[in-house]
Design a protein around this ligand. Structure first.
Ligand SMILES: Cc1cc2nc3c(=O)[nH]c(=O)nc-3n(C[C@H](O)[C@H](O)[C@H](O)COP(=O)(O)O)c2cc1C
Length: 159
């Protein structure tokens, strides 16, 4: 078995996009967390998955609500990724928020927004693997925010 350090070092070399995943708990409080462990699962039905650490303050809210919104962040949203990666009293402070019809918080201006219903939750070690079915999606024209070797990066599109 490898050490935590070896795990982190190896996996930090997997370049990924960055998402913020939001929901509301039963009491109506908004929750959000920066997540790079996100990927597509299935086209028919349209499924995605996100891995969320069980020790995060927001974990219970995703299970409780059974629905969430995935925001694939644009390059211009690095500050949003940083804000949602810190345990804060009000993670949504200063961030323009809209609402889905069902009342979930939507961060304005993301590259892609996916409204999902939680269909299954699997045990994944110290994380939960949340599988969501996509109910609606919006796509904007922006450059993606990238995370690689512990830092934010930009893609040079050569234009
Ligand atoms: C770029 C980046 C990617 C992250 N990816 C994940 C992830 O995939 N899953 C996860 O549980 N936490 C991830 N985190 C850590 C959480 O965002 C962080 O622990 C957050 O503060 C937890 O929210 P909480 O305040 O609800 O505890 C990531 C952090 C950063 C900066």
């Amino acid at each position: 078995m490898i050490s935590n350090e070896e795990f982190r070092r190896a996996l930090s070399h997997f370049a990924s996009g960055v998402t913020v995943i939001t929901t509301r708990d039963r009491g109506g409080a908004p929750h959000g967390i920066t997540v790079s462990a996100f990927c597509s699962v299935s086209e028919e039905p349209p499924l995605v998955l996100a891995c969320i650490n069980r020790t995060t303050g927001s974990h219970y809210a995703f299970i409780e609500r059974g629905a969430f919104v995935v925001h694939i962040l644009g390059e211009h949203q690095r500050h949003i990724s940083e804000q949602f990666a810190e345990p804060m009293l009000d993670k949504f402070a200063g961030i323009p928020i809209l609402e889905t019809e069902s009342g979930l918080p939507v961060i304005e201006g993301a590259l892609v927004t996916l409204e999902c219903t939680l269909v299954r939750s699997y045990d994944g070690g110290d994380h939960s693997i949340l599988v969501g079915e996509i109910e609606s999606s919006t796509v904007n024209d922006a450059r993606p925010l990238i995370y690689f070797r512990g830092d934010y990066r930009s893609i040079d599109f050569g234009d």
